[in-house]
Design a protein around this ligand. Structure first.
Ligand SMILES: Nc1ncnc2c1ncn2[C@@H]1O[C@H](COP(=O)(O)OP(=O)(O)O)[C@@H](O)[C@H]1O
Ligand SMILES: [Mg+2]
Length: 335
């Protein structure tokens, strides 16, 4: 595959000269399709580029393929899923087809993940400090005492009060917000270049949500790492990330600088997400009418056509490809 990364002669606009930290190209993932029949293709050509030291959000309604994209990057696709096409590169290195040993080294090494439920990410039978120290010891080769001290330092940096004592507690002794701080400490313990956070604050109350997000941003910035923040909430994306990629039905519909994209959406799907947010903010409910389609084969039209206020006959003729318009990329024939 394309080991050079970005050397394929396509004009990628500003900053095209540098190899991004993470490049996802035409990623297509299917389930099933064996002799027992039914195939679903929930990722249909996802393309993304996350530059170094950049925060990017991946936004879209539930079911649009955000978590599956993250799983593919981590080499942790669910049972039954297969990569049908595409490329995932960490700088120059192709990750699709990489062996499990290599992927294990990258996870918790150059790439770290935090999920929605912090209690599920920490082992209930080991102390919080003990498991962070163990990760540090295995990845860095530091001794036990040194690893323990580093773990306590990290917990302290994450704003856990009385960190040395709390390091000896088990996760069930932590509140939800504290547990998510501990998960962040664990994720950062191996100094990742890329932190993937999949709905890290969903389920926390609004105040805690803000505190945890602020902490994630502050830590990622201070470490010069990149963040791929997965959220269904475009308001969160807007306030935390410089870049945004809007996903729908297993495709990227629009991506680019957050300010540019949210100031004037070029894709009607992005516009619909923004409208839903503004309306919720004013205390009224608005959801985009209709539901996210289930994809049982390659599409022949724009996936959003059935729900789009601007739909026309040309939207039914083929699947719109991502095209560069100004600083952004848009998949819509009307844009
Ligand atoms: N384990 C699975 N088995 C079969 N289909 C799945 C599985 N996980 C995800 N999918 C399919 O992929 C789609 C996208 O899922 P997901 O990436 O979790 O969406 P999101 O994170 O955007 O809410 C789902 O709607 C579903 O159709
Ligand atoms: Mg998800």
């Amino acid at each position: 595959m394309n080991a050079g990364g970005g050397m394929d002669g396509i004009d990628r606009g500003p900053g095209a000269g540098e190899i991004p930290l993470l490049t996802v190209e035409d990623l297509t993932v299917g389930f099933g399709g064996g002799e027992d029949g039914g195939m679903s293709i929930p990722l249909q050509g996802v393309s993304l580029r996350v530059p170094r030291a950049t925060r990017m959000s991946l936004v879209g309604e539930s079911g649009s393929g955000k978590s599956l994209t993250a799983s593919a990057v981590l080499g942790l696709l669910p049972e039954g899923a297969r990569v049908l096409r595409g490329s995932i590169r960490l700088e120059g290195e192709e990750l699709i087809g990489a062996d499990e040993r290599r992927m294990r080294r990258l996870r918790g090494g150059r790439i770290a993940i935090m999920f929605q439920n912090p209690r599920a990410s920490l082992n209930p039978v080991h102390t919080v400090g003990g498991q962070i120290a163990e990760v540090i010891r295995v990845h860095s080769g530091a001794g036990r005492r040194e690893s323990r001290n580093r773990a306590v330092d990290l917990l302290d940096q994450m704003g856990i009060p009385d960190a040395r004592r709390r390091a000896s507690d088990y996760v069930h002794q932590y509140s939800g917000g504290m547990a998510q701080r501990a998960v962040l400490a664990m994720a950062l313990s191996c100094r990742p270049d890329l932190l993937i956070a999949d709905e890290p604050t969903t389920g926390l109350d609004a105040t805690l949500q803000q505190q945890v997000l602020d902490l994630v941003i502050e830590q990622v910035k201070a470490r010069g790492a990149s963040l791929l923040l997965i959220t269904h909430d475009i308001a969160i994306a807007r306030q935390t990330c410089e870049q945004i990629a809007v996903m729908y039905a297993g495709r990227v519909m629009e991506s680019g600088p957050t300010e540019e994209v949210t100031a004037a959406a070029a894709n009607p799907y992005t516009a619909a997400l923004l409208k839903a947010f503004v309306t919720v903010d004013r205390g009224r409910m608005y959801a985009i009418p209709g539901t996210v389609p289930t994809l049982s084969g390659p599409l022949a039209e724009c996936p959003f056509a059935d729900r789009c206020e601007m739909v026309g006959p040309e939207c039914r003729e083929r699947v719109p490809e991502l095209r560069r318009i100004g600083g952004r990329e848009v998949a819509c024939v009307k844009a």
